[in-house]
Design a protein around this ligand. Structure first.
Ligand code: LRH
Ligand code: MN
Ligand code: MN
Length: 388
């Protein structure tokens, strides 16, 4: 796409969903570094997400994580979101922080524990009904640490049964997004370790089940853009959990570790129609800001995703197709690199100005005084739950 107004229109319509847990304290298993002014409840997490949307204009949706964001009154939380110009996005289930789930949740050998896990997932669908959330995200920490610990096949059978029960409970316009992760916390087998496993389960479940690609969940060297292209082509790419990593599931800011990888992913998204409404790909962040200020870190992540998207949209697709047809390897690669090496920041600044925003969301937020205000107003902020 080289028509600048079409590029801008595509960028204006892209929605980037931010995670409630990105605004709370988090850390590693070694230490959680508390920050001043972090939200004390889900209402304040939404207020922080509203700041990100206010300065970027493209982040009106917020992912909730249950039980971290459990509240008495979900309609009230939804109205609070609406008052802030937001809507509730994905409901993330959590069957990984309960003692009962030591040997697994939906794949646990004991049916009583499996029942408890499935009941939690069904509760998450109730919360979707109450909040208008369109997507249920499932990530299971289930797996084994030692060879022989449990039957790999038996665990797949139990997983399949649990997924089918939850799938049945979904409403017409609700989707189930199944996330995979190679390892951690299980170290020998993981029950949903890769896109193939997730894809196979989703295929069997039906059209409302799709795969989530968390960019931090692969073995080093994995070609993530290939997975993205394949899933999009099959109509099974439901969402991204964007973040970046140097080693394992680092959950650093999207685009920080490897902006070129993010560009390559966005190139496949654009090429496969993933920015179009019909494909319904949800662009979420799944990050934790352990040592940096949280709201500006989310703003930076959103703009990093926008920059990668803008570069992907600027690829001269005619020239690329011609070079590919001619088998001209260097020319084809050159077309891609030309787009990647374009400084898209002026284009994005212009676009923001067009919709009445500051040209520099990061600077404008820092100058707003919000960071200092919340540090004074909010005393006793709690951690989000991650890294507890
Ligand atoms: C697991 C994961 C999953 C969880 C989130 C907090 O590593 O990526 O998406 O819900 O982290
Ligand atoms: Mn994730
Ligand atoms: Mn993760």
């Amino acid at each position: 796409m080289s028509d600048v107004s079409a590029v801008k229109a595509a960028l204006k319509s892209q929605v980037i969903e931010t995670p409630s847990w990105g605004y709370g304290n988090s850390g590693t298993r070694f230490k959680v570094f508390a920050q001043a002014g972090v939200p004390r409840d889900p209402y304040e997490k939404l207020a922080d997400a509203a700041q990100v949307h206010r300065y970027t204009g493209v982040a009106p949706k917020v992912s909730l994580h249950i039980p971290w964001d459990r509240v008495e009154d979900y309609p009230a939380l939804t109205r609070h979101a609406q008052d802030l110009g937001l809507r509730i996005g994905t409901i993330n289930s959590n069957v990984f922080q309960d003692d009962d789930f030591k040997l697994g949740s939906v794949t646990h050998p004991d049916p009583t524990v499996r029942r408890k896990a499935v009941d939690h997932l069904l509760e998450c669908v109730d919360i979707m009904d109450a909040t208008g959330s369109p997507d249920l995200k499932l990530w299971f920490s289930d797996g084994t640490n030692y060879p022989g610990q449990d039957s790999i096949t038996g665990r797949q059978d139990r997983l399949s049964e649990a997924l089918a029960e939850v799938y049945e409970r979904l409403g017409e316009d609700q989707r189930m997004l199944l996330e995979y992760k190679l390892f951690e916390p299980a170290f020998y087998t993981t029950d949903v370790p890769d896109w193939g496993t997730s894809y196979a389960h989703c295929l069997k479940l039906g059209p409302k089940a799709k795969v989530v690609v968390d960019t931090g969940h692969h073995a080093p060297g994995t070609n993530i853009e290939f997975i993205v292209a394949f899933l999009l082509r099959e109509g099974k790419l439901g969402a991204f959990d964007f973040n970046s990593r140097f080693y394992a599931d680092d959950d650093l800011m999207a685009g920080a570790a490897d902006p070129f990888q993010l560009f390559r992913i966005m190139h496949e998204v654009v090429a496969g129609g993933g920015l179009e409404a019909r494909t319904d790909v949800n662009f979420m962040l799944d990050q934790c800001h352990n040592i940096e200020a949280k709201i500006p870190a989310v703003i930076r992540s959103v703009t990093n995703v926008q920059e990668a998207t803008a570069k992907a949209l600027l690829i001269d697709t005619d020239a690329l197709a011609a070079a590919q047809r001619a088998g001209d390897v260097l020319a084809a690669n050159g077309v891609l690199m030309d787009a990647y090496n374009t400084d898209v920041r002026p284009l994005l600044a212009e676009l923001r100005e067009e919709i009445g925003l500051d040209r520099d969301p990061f600077g404008a937020y820092l100058a707003s005084g919000n960071q200092e205000r919340i540090a004074v107003d909010r005393v006793g902020g709690e951690q989000a739950g991650w890294g507890a």
